[in-house]
Every structure is written in structure tokens, then in C-alpha cells.
Design a protein around this ligand. Structure first.
Ligand code: HEM
Length: 156
């Protein structure tokens, strides 16, 4: 029951992170493109600020629950006198998950800061450029996220 609760929290945090990226990328951005830059850039900044704060919490939950599950299975194996080897799908998830988190770190702490500065200075071309870079990072993370979910679901 405890293990299942960890997995539930893990998956719920992933739903918020991946679902938010899908919404921003495929629905919010195309709709916002219809606005002129002085309205679009502040709108995207305000939306992304809220979303990125939630992603930071989700990453904390994903990391803690993921590592906890690995630790628990490893401990149970050792206590049963068996050796513990990480299954391949868990390995793929852990490595690619850390890559996704590093990319998010770059988006949040480098690119988003650039967007914040441009928005404060009302420098719309710089703001649009920062949004373009954020979009590239989000596309990569979406692709990695889809790959991880495919590995987690198909390789069991
Ligand atoms: C460093 C980061 C991560 C670690 C250490 C980790 C670890 C784990 C572990 C140990 C499980 C339990 C698997 C089982 O009981 O069969 C799990 C489940 C799962 N994880 Fe992760 N994970 C990480 C990141 C991610 C990411 C980034 C995603 C998606 C983009 C993801 C998606 C899933 C899904 C969908 C499951 C449920 C799989 C199933 O029950 O079939 N995880 N994770």
C-alpha cells in the first residue's frame, strides 16, 4: 500500500508536469500568437511563472518518490538474500528523468530569467527570442517524457 501510494504520487506529479507542457506547447502558445507582442510576452511570462513554480514542486515529488521506490525494492531484495540489479526500464527512467530535470533547470534559471528581464524592460523582440528558446527546451523535454512513459509502460 505504501509502495503503491509512492507510485501514485510519482505518476500524479508527472501528469502535472507533462500535461502542463502539452497545454503550454500545443494550446496556450498557438492561441497567444494571435496577440501583439506587448500583450503576448507578458501573458506568457505570467503563465510560465506559475507553471514553472508547480514544476519545481513536481520535480521534488518525482525525485523523492522515485528514489524511495528504488531504495525500498533494493532493501527488500537484500533482506531476502537476493542481489539487486536495477531493471532496464527503471535505469532508462532515472537517467532520462535526470536529463529532463537538468533541461528544466536551464529553462527556469537561465531562459526564464532572460524572459523576466525582457518583460520588465518591455523589450519585446528579446522576450520573443527567450520564449522561442523556452519552447525548444520544452519540446525536447516533451519528447523525453513521452519516451520515458513508453519505456515504463511497454517494458514491464
Ligand atoms: C530520476 C527520476 C526518476 C526516478 C528515480 C524514477 C523511478 C521510478 C520507479 C522506481 C518507479 C516504480 C516502477 C514500478 O514499480 O514498476 C517509477 C514508476 C513510474 N515512473 Fe518514474 N522515475 C523517475 C522519473 C520519471 C519521469 C521523468 C517520468 C515520466 C516522464 C516517469 C514516469 C513513470 C511512470 C509512468 C511510472 C509508472 C510505471 C508503471 O507502473 O508501469 N518517471 N519511476
Amino acid at each position: 500500500m505504501f509502495y503503491a501510494s509512492l507510485k501514485l504520487l510519482h505518476v500524479l506529479a508527472i501528469v502535472v508536469w507533462i500535461g502542463g507542457m502539452v497545454f503550454a506547447h500545443f494550446f496556450l502558445r498557438p492561441a497567444a500568437l494571435q496577440l501583439p507582442p506587448p500583450q503576448r510576452v507578458p501573458l506568457m511570462h505570467a503563465a510560465l511563472q506559475r507553471f514553472f513554480a508547480a514544476v519545481l514542486v513536481c520535480i521534488g515529488v518525482v525525485l523523492v518518490t522515485g528514489l524511495w521506490m528504488i531504495g525500498r525494492v533494493a532493501k527488500d531484495s537484500v533482506q531476502a538474500g537476493l542481489s539487486f540489479a536495477m531493471p532496464l526500464d527503471w535505469m532508462i527512467m532515472s537517467v532520462l528523468g535526470l536529463v529532463m530535470m537538468a533541461i528544466f533547470g536551464h529553462i527556469r534559471f537561465a531562459l526564464f530569467k532572460r524572459l523576466t528581464r525582457a518583460t520588465a524592460a518591455q523589450d519585446w523582440p528579446a522576450g520573443a527570442a527567450a520564449l522561442g528558446s523556452i519552447r525548444t527546451g520544452v519540446s525536447v523535454n516533451l519528447a523525453l517524457g513521452a519516451l520515458i512513459i513508453a519505456a515504463a509502460v511497454l517494458m514491464t
